[in-house]
Design a protein around this ligand. Structure first.
Ligand code: DLL
Length: 434
């Protein structure tokens, strides 16, 4: 564990962590109750007062928060400090009317960057490294989070953002990037593009990659092979700050949660009952010391398992498994959050039938999205040129709604199977490959 930068808290005893969590929770609940009317009302409705919260065990008395609460209170209803004390806004990648907007004070930014720094250190990062950040910069938290973490560690930071693969490759090779941060699907694509240009894995100086923001499993070994690196997972969500809530260490078997900042629970998504360690359920996070956006018992919808098994890296923080899916219907396609309801909105407002089906797959490590929709009998009578023009319009409308491209298939009436119960709108074939 001879690293340039690693806070002692990561190897603290269970008792020390609980003591920290007890203190922080009491303070955080008081802060949220006093400063967020919406949250105070929720607590009052449940008949719980800040004085009832004395230790972390009391967290079970508190209400849950969900994305619906954030949509309802958009944009300022969950803000717990004066807006003038905030220094940053980030947002989720969902593109429908109300995105989730998260606010940060400078303290919150420092805390977030500290978490990302821990993730970089966990993959062997030091001030000798060149950290190549190809997550998107902007409202998405990937770029800004890893950028800040990289600065904290003292790496030379390359703020590449996403896209422009030729330039990514040129800078990676010319400037000797040693740590790559991007989505796993983009890492796979970079590996492929390097090979197509005739480069071998040993031609680059990369040693590690920090890949997250979307589910990935068997992809790990092929990324490692094509880039000649070790590939590590990182998890987070905009609502809790962004990447760095948890991250993998050299053991590559689950992600250590930064327990001094985030308290994790696993619940039964149907009943809300807290499940014991080792059981699969929905992950719920409490941000213990964020000032601007203090989410308490926030339901992530991500399904996973927690483990306190001793880790060979020496870190004592609890580990979460890779998320195994989501308890809602959100799809993550090429790193972008897509809701089937957004697709339905586009189709229905363009005058199509509600008979549609969405197919998601992964071809050559890239997610594909195909939407089949039935024409009405009248539309069916149109000429081929008119149908081609329809298709083009629809592709444009989908792109502006979703932020990513979809292949549209206009099919004859009654092509798509009708359902007698709940319609299966989404067929996600990526699961077959996992
Ligand atoms: O994706 C933050 C992030 C950026 C994480 C860069 C890691 C790296 P959102 O756009 O708000 O934030 O999406 C959050 O993405 O609830 C999960 O469903 C999913 N997700 C994030 N990381 C992982 C991961 C960022 N490592 C949502 N594995 C979360 C699987 C992930 N799913």
């Amino acid at each position: 564990m001879a690293n340039y930068y690693q806070p002692e808290i990561e190897t603290a005893s269970r008792e020390q962590i609980i003591e920290i969590q007890n203190k922080k929770l009491v303070k955080q609940v008081k802060h949220a109750y006093e400063n967020v009317k919406y949250y105070r009302d929720l607590m009052n409705k449940k008949g719980v007062k800040p004085e009832d919260i004395k230790t972390i065990e009391d967290i079970k008395k508190l209400p849950f928060l969900s994305k619906d609460d954030l949509r309802e209170t958009y944009p300022y209803g969950m803000l717990a400090v004066d807006l003038k004390d905030c220094v940053r806004i980030q947002s989720t990648s969902g593109t429908t009317g109300k995105r989730v907007v998260a606010f940060y004070t400078q303290h919150d930014i420092d805390l977030w960057e500290e978490c990302c720094a821990r993730a970089i250190v966990a993959v062997g990062g030091t001030k000798e490294d060149v950290c190549h950040v190809s997550y998107g910069y902007g409202l998405f938290t990937g770029g800004p989070g890893l950028n800040g973490g990289s600065h904290k560690v003292g790496c030379l930071t390359l703020p590449m953002s996403s896209g422009n693969t030729d330039r990514q490759i040129q800078f990676m090779l010319d400037l000797g990037s040693t740590i790559l941060c991007c989505t796993p699907s983009y890492a796979a694509y970079l590996g492929e593009a390097l090979a197509e240009k005739g480069y071998k894995p040993e031609d680059n100086k990369l040693k590690a990659g920090i890949f997250g923001a979307e589910p990935w499993t068997e992809m790990r070994r092929s990324i490692e092979k094509s880039l000649g690196i070790k590939a590590y997972d990182i998890y987070g969500l905009t609502e809790t700050s962004g990447p760095g809530v948890s991250f993998e260490c050299e053991e590559q078997s689950g992600m250590h949660i930064n327990e001094d900042h985030f308290y994790a629970e696993i619940i039964d998504p149907e009943t809300g009952e807290v499940l014991p360690e080792g059981e699969k359920g929905e992950l719920v996070f409490t941000s213990l010391d964020k000032e601007a956006f203090p989410l308490i018992r926030y339901r992530t919808r991500d399904i996973c398992v927690l483990s306190r098994k001793k880790c060979s890296c020496g870190r004592t923080h609890v580990k979460m498994s890779k998320p195994m899916g989501r308890s809602d219907d959100m799809l993550i396609i090429r790193g972008v959050n897509v809701f089937p309801s957004q697709i339905e909105n586009v189709l229905l407002s363009a005058g199509y039938t509600p008979n549609y089906q969405i197919f998601v797959d992964r071809v050559n490590n890239t997610d594909t999205l195909d939407v089949y929709v039935e024409l009405t009998p009248e539309q069916m009578q149109e000429s081929d040129d008119e149908k081609a023009a329809r298709e083009k319009l629809l592709v444009g409308a989908m792109r502006s709604m979703l932020g990513i491209g979809a292949k549209m298939h206009l099919v004859a009436p009654h092509t798509i199977a009708r359902s007698e119960g709940k319609a299966v709108r989404v067929v996600d074939n990526r699961k077959l490959h996992d």
